[in-house]
Write a protein that binds this ligand. Structure first.
Ligand code: SF4
Length: 366
């Protein structure tokens, strides 16, 4: 059930973040400390990717902390470790950033290394209030300034928006904003309870369904905004209609390896990186400074938490009518919501998958 190869690898170039978003799942002490990935870790990872025989490019996703708090010269050295692979189109760089630090120099950097840029922004200023700095000042104007630099340099970007209990009831406000932003697409993450974020306000599933229903209405009425969740569901239905449902039924789970600043490897969910749990060996399968990543990943199917997650996915397959579309949910959500992996339904899957499908079904009258 778990793929022997990976299509993307997530790297943490630094633990530091210049913001203190109220829903962040990372522990505060980590986000306040600058621990940068040594060049040797990037070099070891590149050597591991080099041994993987893939027809498609691997996405090397720089994630944080806030990746752009990494000193630029150091970030360049990290990225340079992948240059032989990038020049052969065997990897491509992606970065997920809060955009507050984007300036002309970062734009030149993105252009030089052909980065795909993802920006985290939750909507207009009034909807973006969870994104604040360490002095509790809103980040909105700094995010929009960063985005204006991207636009000025002609750099395409996508957006990720966390929808909170405060914004879920304002779908038109968010959709209007993202239609005008100029992003290639937006992904809506209904706020999740995970990691350090475990005390936030509950979101009513009826509001979630109304949100998705409004989104489908606007797409139906000609909105040109690309929404990740709609693309995925409509893509699934197109495959079902054209007799290609087996693609979804036989899909293997991508291990999605995540590499910490020190080279430690966790799989399935980047949110598990840095989480302490002696029973699961802190979710670490190995370290790229000691072994190549593909070798480390051969252990994944035999690792306790991966086996338990696969058991949970198997339970989903047997019991859930949404399984073929959903593929069994996210390991981190199951763990953080219930304390275990061998389980099925979570708030995350109800909001992100089930209510999405129900909203489209309701709209279509089925
Ligand atoms: S929707 Fe939930 S219960 Fe159903 S397959 Fe997905 S994770 Fe499992």
């Amino acid at each position: 059930m778990i793929a022997p190869h990976f299509h993307s690898v997530i790297l943490q170039p630094t633990t530091l973040c210049n913001l203190n978003c109220s829903y962040c799942y990372l522990p505060v002490h980590e986000r306040k400390t600058r621990t940068e990935m040594p060049i040797e870790v990037a070099q070891a990872l590149a050597a591991g990717i080099d041994t993987q025989n893939m027809s498609e490019a691997v996405d090397v996703v720089w994630h944080g902390g806030e990746p752009l708090t990494t000193r630029r010269k150091h970030f360049r050295d990290l990225v340079e470790a992948f240059e032989p692979l990038r020049r052969e189109s065997r990897i491509r760089h992606c970065v997920q950033t809060n955009a507050t630090l984007i300036d002309d120099a970062w734009c030149d950097f993105f252009t030089q290394y052909d980065f795909r840029v993802g920006v985290s922004i939750d909507g207009p200023a009034a909807a973006n209030l969870s994104r604040v700095d360490w002095s509790n000042r809103p980040a909105s104007s700094r995010v929009e300034r960063g985005i204006s630099h991207l636009r000025a340099h002609g750099i395409d970007f996508t957006a990720i928006c966390v929808v909170t209990a405060q914004t879920i009831t304002h779908p038109h406000t968010l959709l209007d904003f993202f239609e005008g932003l100029g992003a290639k697409s937006v992904g809506f993450n209904i706020e999740e309870l995970e990691g350090a974020n475990d005390t936030r306000q509950h979101i009513d599933p009826a509001h979630v369904r109304r949100f998705w229903h409004t989104m489908f209405d606007r797409i139906d009425n000609g909105s040109t905004l690309r929404v990740r969740e709609a693309d995925r569901l409509l893509g699934y239905l197109a495959d079902v209609r054209s007799g290609r449902k087996d693609r979804w039924e036989t899909a293997l789970l991508d291990p999605i390896p995540t590499i910490g600043t020190n080279g430690d490897v966790v799989v399935l969910s980047p949110e598990l990186l840095g989480v302490k749990n002696a029973h699961y060996d802190d979710f670490v399968l190995g370290n790229v400074l000691s072994e190549q990543l593909p070798t480390i990943l051969t252990r994944a199917p035999h690792t306790t938490y991966v086996r338990e997650h696969l058991d949970g996915v198997h339970q989903c397959r047997r019991t859930c009518e949404f399984f073929t579309f959903c593929q069994g949910g996210q390991a981190s959500n199951k763990y953080f919501e219930t304390g275990r992996f061998t389980t099925t339904e979570t708030t995350y899957c109800r909001n992100a998958k089930q209510e999405l499908v129900r909203a489209l079904g309701e709209k279509m009258g089925v």
